[in-house]
Design a protein around this ligand. Structure first.
Ligand code: FES
Length: 145
């Protein structure tokens, strides 16, 4: 199953909690202790995580160290371990645990009646300048490359 959700493909469900929130998927669509990627019209994907307490977090899918795909990391508590060099990233802030430094962009999440929503304005405007690594293990190619 493709783990990527496109914001262009999700509907403006009548169940949206408020204007300005983009429905992404159901909480149950995110694997426990895993993530799904949300493709944006511009900018890198956003990784939407679910922990073992069904808390949902959203962080740019780019580790602040060397750009590793956080969506492929291991979720524990309210953190994710980057799959490349095992930095611990707090899912609520996107920041690396000391002594490591740096933050990935975090996004607001709302969960309403089991549905996950991201702020439409944030999706369209935050971290658009961040780019995926072009070489090395953090480089990801799309299925069309
Ligand atoms: S790229 Fe994430 S820890 Fe190095």
């Amino acid at each position: 199953m493709d783990a990527t959700v496109s914001t262009a493909e999700t509907s403006d469900a009548a169940a949206a909690p408020a204007a300005g929130w983009q429905r992404i998927c159901r909480v149950d669509d995110i694997p426990v202790l895993g993530a799904r990627r949300v493709a944006r019209a511009r900018g890198m994907d956003v990784a939407v995580f679910r922990n073992d307490r069904d808390q949902v977090f959203a962080v740019l899918d780019r580790c602040p160290h060397k750009g590793g795909p956080l969506s492929q990391g291991i979720v524990f508590g309210t953190s994710v371990a980057c799959p490349l060099h095992n930095w611990t990233i707090a899912l609520d802030t996107g920041c690396a645990q000391a002594p490591d430094e740096g933050c990935a962009q975090a996004f607001q999440v709302r969960v309403d009646a089991g549905e996950v929503f991201l702020d439409r304005q944030e999706l369209a405007s935050l971290a658009l300048e961040a780019t995926a690594p072009v070489a090395g293990p953090a480089c990801r190619r799309s299925a069309t490359d």
